[in-house]
Design a protein around this ligand. Structure first.
Ligand code: TNX
Length: 762
């Protein structure tokens, strides 16, 4: 009990003291003491030449962030009479107890800054914490906040970020900046996705065509995948081996290990365009211009293994880390099923199917890499057909693959799409740059638990940590990478570093505001989506209202209602409860009131009608895969936009859609607008017919009219029905599913989907 009280007081005082300062990731223990260290003519000292590079790093960083030049002096050479008493002391200690890897101690008071650790890496993390405590005080003096971190260390071993440089290429200079970002967040693994269908990005001396041919594509995809549009601009680039050595050395200095990924057996179009002889068919191929999964993959014949081993020989000499990522994901077996060489190999090796052949492939590569002193890691598909004996698994299709691997006592890195895919949207897609889809907000990342409850305590030790993935199909520039990765990587960094009891999202966002100061100095294009209110509509007693939720609980919000496209002159009011709509076309704009020079605003266009917020019932409920917000989806005043946001639509597969709307009272109506989608790439078709009926009592129905739907251009949505005025309380809309998907289309022979959104009745 006494302990608990002390803990509570500590936590409370910490919160109060830390209101505007703090460190990301949150240290395991920290106390602010008010004894700020004012930097006058300061010196950095070190006691062991082992940590001289850390001293240098601190000096460079203080210069970079705070434009102050410090001197470095060996501790033993400090002359007390000559040198000022104020200095920053970096010290290695050798305690009897074993401390966790990365452990450090930091103390800042008026006279001295001490960073103590048992290893270089601990000193480095102490420095990272210290850098976040720097500031200029009111008297324009450079200072560090007085604080004591008696004990800090990472909770998990693998704190990673991935970057796909194949779909889009990012220059070496940016890779260095990305590594800086990882290091600031005390992350320690950079997973460099160097090869894929759309470009081979690592120079291999023995096979120069990998980059001279495989590094360049004849065009790229424009817009979203569904649109199937391309340009014809030659696009590409690659890193020379010198570039790679430079990046590796840079990362090493920042205690970041690079895990290179060489994809196999799938995602190999770039390699096969250069060396088609290692495919099943012999080609020829082009480097892929569009995104997706391709049927042509490496053929598991002897020459291919020699080729891949030669490549890996060069890779292992470039990257000193223990792990080599060999991909293993999304490998269609279409070619292998028809390939004589593959079938022969299966027979010879008693492999029962193509899955087993994939497993054979990975195991051979594993054996080879093990013989070079390396371990393989692969995407969770490497579990299929039997896991290679020493392989580590990266669980991306949820956490299930990771759980399975942990059961089998294999090391696991968690990277489920739900929390770790930073190519997903992080805010309202209507306000965000185009992304692949999904929704992974900062708060969601922060809520991630990398260790599944299901695992026994022994199995849990196999979970090395987690990693954020930045796939770049829709991320064209370095600026865009920053936008998608920052600040989500900070949320993940804290999940992986800080014990669960010390994690608190509100506190994190406060510290993040501080942290953005450093990011700004680095010219990082950080996303502010997490600072925008979340807008929607609600039905209150059959009346539609506009609703706002603060981005972080407890924040005061202001709002305006304006007409879309018109000059904003609505009154600014404090938001306290859902707001009445004053017009059938309204723009609802909301922001957090923080006297900030920048306003992170959200806006929502709301189109209301007689149907808004009224009861909707269905003859058959929509598919559980596309449930939207139930019947309200069709009458919520929010008209869906493209590209499709799934939660804005209701979908039916194979079935008709029959919806009845109760207008609440008899009304005179003459128009119905029904939102439908036509998107054959995704098996979604317009209904073949839409019928409108009316009723006064809900029992006796009379037709109003029916429309045979004319084919529209892919994705175009609109179904407007105008008629002479009629009186009705109930409206029934019956939309016919067009049946099986016609031959020659994606999903041919399967049920068509029909998708619906806003119904506007006037
Ligand atoms: C799946 S994650 C892929 C990548 C894509 C990504 C897009 C994984 C192992 N494979 O090839 O870029 O989805 O989110």
């Amino acid at each position: 009990m006494k302990h608990l009280a002390v803990l509570l007081i500590c936590l409370l005082s910490q919160c109060i003291l830390q209101a505007q300062k703090g460190i990301i990731p949150q240290p395991q223990e920290i106390e602010f003491n008010g004894q700020d260290f004012i930097v006058q003519s300061p010196i950095i000292t070190f006691d062991d030449s082992l940590i001289y590079p850390e001293a240098e790093f601190l000096k460079e960083s203080i210069n970079r962030f705070y434009q102050q030049s410090l001197r470095i002096v060996r501790l033993q050479n400090i002359a007390p009479e000559k040198d000022p008493p104020l200095f920053i002391q970096l010290q290695i200690i050798r305690p009897d107890t074993i401390l966790p890897q990365g452990w450090y101690y930091l103390n800042v008071d008026k006279n001295r800054i001490n960073i103590t650790a048992t290893e270089k890496v601990g000193i480095f993390y102490g420095i990272q914490s210290l850098l976040q405590l720097g500031y200029y005080n009111a008297g324009k003096q450079f200072a560090f906040h007085g604080a004591k971190i008696p004990n800090d260390y990472p909770n998990m071993k693998w704190r990673g970020m991935h970057l796909d440089v194949s779909r889009h290429f990012f220059p070496k200079e940016f890779i260095l900046k990305y590594i800086d970002l990882l290091a600031m967040n005390k992350m320690n693994v950079f997973h460099w996705h160097l090869t894929d269908d759309q470009g081979w990005r690592i120079e291999i001396k023995k096979y120069p065509k990998l980059t001279s041919v495989g590094g360049w594509r004849k065009g790229s995809m424009l817009g979203h995948y569904n649109e199937q549009r391309y340009d014809t601009i030659r696009y590409g680039g690659f890193y020379t081996q010198d570039d790679i050595r430079e990046v590796v050395a840079y990362a090493e200095k920042r205690h970041v290990t690079i895990v290179p990924e060489i994809e196999m057996p799938g995602h190999a179009m770039a390699a096969l365009s250069a060396y088609p002889q290692f495919s099943c068919t012999g080609g020829p191929f082009d480097v892929a211009r569009g995104w997706g999964v391709f049927d042509d993959v490496f053929c598991p014949k002897e020459e291919t293994f020699t080729f891949l081993q030669d490549i890996l020989d060069e890779v292992v000499t470039l990257f000193p880390g223990k792990y080599i990522h060999i991909g293993g994901d999304e490998c269609p077996k279409t070619r292998w099923e028809k390939c004589k060489a593959c079938q022969k190999r299966m027979k010879e090796n008693n492999l029962k199917d193509e899955m087993a052949l994939q497993s054979y492939f990975i195991q051979r590569i594993e054996k080879y890499l093990n013989s070079k002193g390396k371990q393989i890691i692969g995407w969770d598909e490497i579990l299929e057909g039997g896991l290679a004996p020493n392989a580590a698994v990266m669980s991306w299709r949820g956490t299930e693959g990771g759980i399975e691997a942990a059961h089998l006592h294999h090391p696991v890195v968690m990277t489920p799409g739900s929390h770790c895919y930073f190519d997903h949207y992080q805010g309202n897609p209507r306000q965000e740059p185009i992304a692949i889809g999904g929704f992974t907000s900062l708060e969601k990342v922060y809520s991630f638990h990398p260790i599944p409850e299901k695992l026994s305590s022994e199995e849990r030790t196999y979970i090395l940590g987690a990693q954020g993935n930045v796939w770049t199909e829709y991320i064209n520039t370095s600026r865009d990478v920053e936008y998608m990765a920052v600040p989500r990587m900070s949320a993940l960094a804290e999940v992986l570093w800080t014990n669960e009891v010390s994690r608190n999202y509100i506190h994190f966002t406060e510290r993040l505001t501080e942290f953005s100061g450093l990011l700004k100095k680095m010219d990082v294009n950080m996303a502010h989506s997490w600072q925008r209110p979340v807008l929607s509509t609600v039905a209150q007693n059959g009346v539609l209202k506009a609703e706002a939720k603060p981005p972080v609980p407890g924040k005061k919000m202001m709002y305006e209602l304006t007409k879309p496209g018109m000059k904003i002159n609505g009154a600014k009011m404090e938001y306290v409860a859902p707001v009445d709509l004053i017009d059938k076309n309204i723009q609802f704009r909301v922001w957090v009131d923080e006297n900030d020079s920048t306003r992170y605003e959200s806006s929502l266009n709301i189109r209301s009608s007689l149907a808004s917020a009224k009861q909707v019932s269905f003859a058959k409920a929509p598919s559980e895969h596309y449930p939207g917000k139930g019947g309200f989806t069709l009458v919520d005043g929010i008209v869906a936009v493209l590209p499709r946001i799934n939660s804005e639509w209701l979908g039916w597969s194979g079935d008709d859609m029959i919806a009845t709307i109760d207008l609440g009272a008899t009304q005179t109506i003459s128009k119905a607008d029904i939102g439908v989608l036509h998107d054959p790439t995704n098996w979604i078709y317009e209904p073949s017919e839409i019928q409108l009926e009316k009723s006064i009592d809900g029992t006796n129905w009379e037709p109003i009219l029916s429309t045979i739907v004319a084919p529209v251009k892919p994705n175009m949505r609109k179904k407007q029905m105008k008629f002479s005025p009629v009186n009705a309380r109930y409206i029934r809309i019956s939309a016919k599913n067009p049946g099986l998907i016609p031959a020659g289309n994606p999903g041919a022979g399967k049920n068509s989907w029909i998708f619906f959104d806003e119904i506007i009745i006037e």
